[in-house]
Design a protein around this ligand. Structure first.
Ligand SMILES: *Cc1c(COP(=O)(O)O)cnc(C)c1O
Length: 434
């Protein structure tokens, strides 16, 4: 399979190159040249296949022979090595729980797949290989965990001092080994600037093979299709009609993977782009004008994005035809008040605990179902409630139970090194300390 740059379709690369480079010239995103179709027999009989087999079939066409089949099988089986249950909340709404992975967020799936592909592709690299990431919270943890103990790769994570939650900080700093956390005395923007400088520094480039773990990397985007298939496998055991799927959306990578799976033959009645106050896409779907906005902070902070980078991939999938897009996707914008109310109501009525991101998806789904009686569907639960204890405990008026895995993590020691925003300090670290 070849991938072309959405900003310059003359630039074509294979899966390996696209994974290593992350993005194309002019920061363009890569997109598959063809959309491989699922066999109808396969889609109708998902229950006959194991998780691993479903994941393998989902990914194989995108990778071809660039990774031998037996290694790809290992990679996908490690990618989905935890439970992904579809739980019933009420008669019309189910939730796909994507938060039983090591960092309790759906980003584990993309990060685990990408890290293993990179590790395979770079195993014979002569220079030291380092993955450099700046994080404001969730991404760093999933990436750190994904690369933990993978041979031949060091990970350096920059995070802003005192600006990530206690759980997030432990996820970044307690692993140790090949994962190094640098606590930057500055903001998330400072962290990002330091990373950018490192990528353009000649001395670093000459000595280290530096790569990023960017969220637009195809090796993070494509494996997200897998859990839509796993959801459908479970859905088919309850329901006959194709589901409505509501996706809490920030950078739109998650929903875009679902749409890609749909274009390949996965049955889906409709998609809902569930947003918080950052409503660039819901506005676009209403008006046909795409106007990027400055991000505003909300309770569902992993979706505080004013100009979602994956949206261009969605436009490409629909051949830039607005009416087709509007037929398949509805957008909703849910504010923080409504988000908290939703958590409270769902807890009181059904005994189910949502967190802010999945609550946005639930509230959006509820509104859609009011206008579309007779339909049913599922929301994607993208994080465990324990990752957002303040909002959730306020809404349900009680404590949430901490999962065993997290207790263990919270007892571990934080290992981190503090650096200033002076690039020379980071440079010394990269050249001499790893
Ligand atoms: C990243 C994230 C999202 C948004 O996913 P996108 O693919 O960026 O749309 C939603 N919920 C949680 C908990 C996240 O961490």
């Amino acid at each position: 399979m070849e991938y072309y740059n959405l900003k310059d379709d003359q630039e074509k690369v294979n899966f390996r190159k696209a994974t290593i480079k992350g993005q194309g010239k002019g920061k363009g995103l890569f997109f598959p040249e063809t959309i491989p179709q699922f066999e109808e027999k396969f889609i109708q009989n998902l229950k006959l296949y194991t998780h691993e087999e479903i994941a393998f079939r989902c990914m194989k066409d995108f990778i071809g022979n660039e990774i031998p089949s037996e290694i790809l099988r290992e990679i996908v089986s490690e990618t989905v090595s935890f439970e992904i249950p579809l739980q019933k909340i009420n008669d019309r709404i189910f939730v796909l729980e994507l938060f039983h992975g090591p960092t309790l967020a759906f980003k584990d799936i993309g990060a685990r797949f990408m890290s293993r592909c990179l590790s395979y592709f770079l195993k014979d690299q002569k220079k030291k290989v380092s993955v450099l990431v700046a994080t404001s919270g969730d991404t760093g943890g999933a990436v750190a965990d994904g690369f933990y103990q993978l041979p031949g790769i060091n990970v350096v994570i920059l995070y802003p001092k005192n600006r990530v939650s206690p759980v997030q900080e432990k996820q970044l700093t307690a692993l140790g080994g090949n994962i190094r956390a640098l606590e930057v005395n500055g903001s998330f923007d400072d962290c990002q600037n330091l990373v950018k400088q490192a990528f353009s520094d000649e001395e670093i480039q000459n000595n280290i093979f530096l790569t990023s773990a960017n969220s637009i990397n195809i090796a993070r985007w494509l494996p997200q299709q897998i859990y839509y298939l796993l959801a459908l496998k479970q859905w088919q055991q309850h329901e006959k009609e194709a589901p409505v799927i509501s996706v809490p959306s920030g950078n739109f990578g998650n929903i875009c993977a679902g749409l890609l799976a749909h274009f390949r033959g996965l049955p889906a009645d409709h998609f809902i782009a569930a947003c918080n106050d950052n409503d660039t896409v819901p506005d676009y779907l209403r008006t046909q004008y795409y106007i990027s906005k400055k991000a505003v902070p909300t309770l569902s902070n992993a979706m505080d994005v004013g100009d979602p980078s994956n949206f261009v991939r969605i436009l490409e999938l629909f051949g830039h035809q607005f009416s087709r897009l509007q037929d398949k996707i509805s957008g909703y914008s849910i504010n923080d008040v409504k988000t908290l109310e939703t958590i409270t109501q769902v807890y009181q009525k059904y005994g189910y605990t949502l967190e802010p991101h999945s609550a946005v998806a639930y509230a959006s789904m509820e509104q859609y179902l009011i206008d579309n009686p007779g339909k049913k569907g599922f929301i994607l639960g993208t994080a465990h409630p324990v990752k957002f204890p303040d909002a959730v405990e306020k809404a349900i008026g009680g404590k949430i139970k901490i999962p065993e895995a997290l207790n263990h993590l919270m007892k571990k020691e934080k290992k981190t090194q503090e650096i200033s925003t002076d690039f020379e300090e980071l440079k010394r670290f990269l050249l001499h300390k790893i």
